[in-house]
Design a protein around this ligand. Sequence first.
Ligand code: FAD
Ligand code: FES
Ligand code: FES
Length: 1219
Amino acid sequence: MAVEIETTRKSLVFAVNGERFELSSVDPSTTVLEFLRSQTRFKSVKLGCGEGGCGACVVLLSKYDPVLDQVEDFTASSCLTLLCSVNGCSITTSEGLGNSKDGFHPIHQRFTGFHASQCGFCTPGMCVSLFGALVNAEKTNRPEPSPGFSKLTVSEAEKAISGNLCRCTGYRSIADACKSFAADADIEDLGLNSFWRNGDSKEVKINRLPFYNHNKEISTFPEFLKKEIRSSMLLDSKRFSWYNPVSVEELQSLLESIEADNGSLIKLVSGNTGMGYYKELDRYDRYIDIRYIPKLSSIRKDSAGIEIGATVTITKAIEALRKENKCEVHSKGEMVFKKIANHMEKIASGFVRNTASVGGNLVMAQRKHFPSDIATILLAVGSMVDIMNGPRREKIMLEEFLERPPLDSNSVLLNVKIPNWESIKNISCETNTMLLFETYRAAPRPLGNALPYLNAAFLAELSRCEAIYVDDIPSPANCLYGSFIYSTEPLALVKGIKFQPKPYPDGLAAVITYNDIPTGGENIGSKTIFGTEPLFAEELTECAGQRLAFVVADTQKHADMAIKFAVVDYDVENLEPPILSVEEAVKKSSLFEVPSFIYPKQVGDILEGMAEADQKIVSAEIKLGSQYYFYMETQTALAVPDEDNCMVVYSSSQVPEWTHIVIARCLGIPHHNVRVITRRVGGGFGGKSVKAMPVATACALAAHKLRRPVRIYLDRKTDMIMAGGRHPMKITYSVGFKSNGKITALQLEILIDAGLSADISPVMPHNVLGALKKYDWGALSFDIKVCKTNHSSKSAMRAPGEVQGSFIAEAVIEHVASVLSMEVDSVRSINLHTYNSLSLFYEGGADEPFEYTLPSIWDSLAMSSSLCHRTEMVKEFNRNNKWRKRGISRIPIVHEVMLRPTPGKVSILNDGSIVVEVGGIELGQGLWTKVKQMAAFALSSIKCDGAGDLLDKVRVIQSDTLSLIQGGFTAGSTTSESSCEAVRLCCDILVERLRPLRERLQEQMDSIQWEMLIDQAHLQAVNLSASSYFVPDLTSMRYLNYGAAVSEVEVNLLTGETTILQTDIIYDCGQSLNPAVDLGQIEGAFVQGIGFFMLEEYLTNSNGLVVVEGTWTYKIPTLDTIPKQFNVQVLNSGHHKNRVLSSKASGEPPLVLAASVHCATRAAIKEARKQLLSWSSQDGSTTTSTAFQLEVPATMPVVKELCGLESVERYLEWSMGTK
Ligand SMILES: Cc1cc2nc3c(=O)[nH]c(=O)nc-3n(C[C@H](O)[C@H](O)[C@H](O)COP(=O)(O)OP(=O)(O)OC[C@H]3O[C@@H](n4cnc5c(N)ncnc54)[C@H](O)[C@@H]3O)c2cc1C
Ligand code: FES
Ligand code: FES
């Protein structure tokens, strides 16, 4: 919309999705994200990390150059971009691409159709990242693409989203949605989607994709803003404390005048991405945006090299270095610049590089020893820097610059000069050496965004793109915001909490502690059937990370700032030392009781089994660490006091029912005074079950006390510290086996670290054993202790215990194979269950013999993945390669799940539309999709016209604990099927009620429309609302799931980097309720498993306080760390009479299959060690390597060390010795 507006000079003016915003004042530290989320209706922009590491907040920034009449579009992380820096810019968010009112963009439509969105939290950021790439590709003069495609290439499409994190999908579907726009995409390569039908030709497939017209793109820059820019857009610097000098001289005098104004804190700002790393607390009095100074923002080239102004972004520097290449044909200088550009392209992600400056990076390296890639590579080519301090200008070597004391705030880096090859050659000639320039980068993520170590239902829900999460609900009037003060000590008396007097936190409203719990209420923060956990520590804190108080302030930012200024006074005198290890817990008998009904049963006679063995391994040890959920939406809640001492709480919870109970008990009010509403959850993975309860309860308590709404959105660091996560454990095993690999007995001692409270930990022995029993161990005996320690209490995380149990089984098998020098795959095969042994190990859970599909899956997978052939190829590869080794591994799973009682309610409204309520929560697992299908399917049995097409009429609504009681847990992979069953029961009741009416009407007319039937039913007072409570049959509530995976990896011996070349999975879903949803679950779970086995280190300090704080230090898988080739087959294993519509679970079991990647890595390392041993032995002969344990996660340093840190030296010695 082009609107003529008189420019109000000196205000901050910009556009969001074509809408004009004008601000007469703003706190200069406000980010674009803060503004969008709190001041506009554009809530698609999400806060995932607040540090540039996840992409949930990505927006498209567009700048207009009135001289060239050109618009420059680039993506940026809005969580780091300061609002004042976008003066005169246009911002496009996902809503700007399309929405439900004006129609969605083909990007949204294809994301939906390719099932590239599960919880949906990452989706808007992904869509904008792709949109940015599309917009820029269309500006190129590449040939016209075919209709429906863009000028984008597949590689650009993948790069566009490589910095965006998704914790749900496993990325394959996202990559497919993006690639579907690429001119060079092979459409046949794209995966399952809702657009295509079996047998469609290529042309039909292309035509069925939502059409993308590359000539008719969205205007990213509104005309009205162009006009305003032409007539100048100045900010009132004083009012905003924001300065935009346009020359070096102006900057210099500005700095001098500020210096004269004693005590003023100034900050030079370029892209402000440095905030992502340092998260400074300093409050600055003035900000100086240095990007408008031409000298600092230009790139100059002369015979001596290329001079890059300090504010030039990394993206622009890369372009310039590449352009430089084109001029110098095949020179060595070209090679140097190209290598620098290639290396720079791996720094951070596109949306950070687009605003991050080269100068900002070097200053970070200089001032704070930031491990900078740019400093490292530019140092190597003898770069120089130009610095200004007052009237003084200096040109010095970068090396000297980096060695100097930290640059003071008045000094400015003006530019960096990279010499061309000639000058380097001269240096080289002096020393009479040859020019060799190489850059190395070995990071957990090849494509950047990680600091280097070294230097049937193809149901589409478009609403995903506009999904409302708890924190998107507009704040009610008078709302306050909370933040937790947590303990940093594992065991101490808390003598008091104070705030540093200077600077005293702004906007502080209250500090809530256990003292504020009303009379009649309890200090309770969470509950399970095994016990409760207090909301706040009282006099004694018993673990680091324990909640001590809840600070409430006028904004979330102020509340988060306030806790950073809190000082807790601890006293540890006269206290016993804390228990920080499972061994210590056992010594002090600090154990949780495991009720006998859930403690697993031993199998067979262990003494007999051991006696049968030819060989034994005695007392081998494994240790497993924790894992953090890393849901993209952190814990969040909003509590609103209601009339009559009631409380409505919106909670991002997997268990609203229990959250409800805990809130009522804490406030000491009847349960009917509380209502907990959960619409959707931005990823849970178990972390929003028990751990969401105290978050909601603290808000409710504060709201109760202050009689004002209180909300919270945890920052990532606090969330990570309080989450608890997966259970660490220590395992000691002894195993007896025959020479042919058949295991006859396995004896285990498992010590599980449960942390401070019981949570769900007493079920862990059952879960660990449930998965471990996937092999026939002959006899199985175990002693499992659930240890109470002074660590934060651990909770359920996707496949809790099962992932560890399955891993232990594989570790034992690997160990046996290595002792026997047998192929591991043969040892696995020989120990797979027969149906008889399965029935023995899983008493009552094995179903019918034909339902035991694992043996056939095992064989089919060998065929479909060409296992034998590829095993030979791997051997061949390993013979021919010294510094890269490959491994391939196949593993099975048997995974027990259990159905739980679940309620449902179906109501048919006047117009024939249908409303469904279920106990289960939509977490991104496709619950609503399945429930909708079930309702449409079950109601269609009324058999009237139009009843076959009810899907569009069904709406599943939010969970509301007063509307539908006994909702229970959404966990354990079975909520979708039990919710579907509850809905089916309701629909059956409704069909029964409607049938007599339909029959009566049938007698009067030939055709009865659904709408007419319902209209008549309303008139005739038929009850059109039915509730049910599905209670599974005791004899069939437990069942087994089967699957297998083959993974092949390649390990780089010099860096320890592991690349997953291919994974093939076959997973038995019974008769899948929705193959697309199940496929998404399988892929997503598997990739989360890759995180556990290969990447994610949830580290704590010696006090047990979590020390990883976000995306910088905690690495979940990204697009570039998933298998290069990922083939998943959802097996349709036919009819299962005891299962809901013959379907089986898919949410958790496939996670466990990721152990195949770990095992394949172990195989590759084994090859590396064999080679190393062969180099070490004097005569050069090969000896078999000894057994070794590969830690979980098998991170780069771990892999590198096991491959042999000294392998290069050994090789050189060996090769010299053999010459
Ligand atoms: C998610 C993420 C991942 C990253 N990954 C990598 C990586 O893998 N490798 C790597 O090397 N870097 C990485 N970085 C760092 C990134 O390159 C820097 O944050 C960026 O280059 C800083 O530039 P900026 O313009 O945003 O600086 P700003 O944030 O604006 O400034 C940074 C600091 O330098 C000061 N400053 C800026 N310019 C000047 C100047 N000309 N003179 C004096 N002082 C100045 C500022 O006052 C501030 O203190 C990553 C950053 C993020 C957010
Ligand atoms: S929230 Fe901005 S990148 Fe994560
Ligand atoms: S769908 Fe990507 S984070 Fe949930």
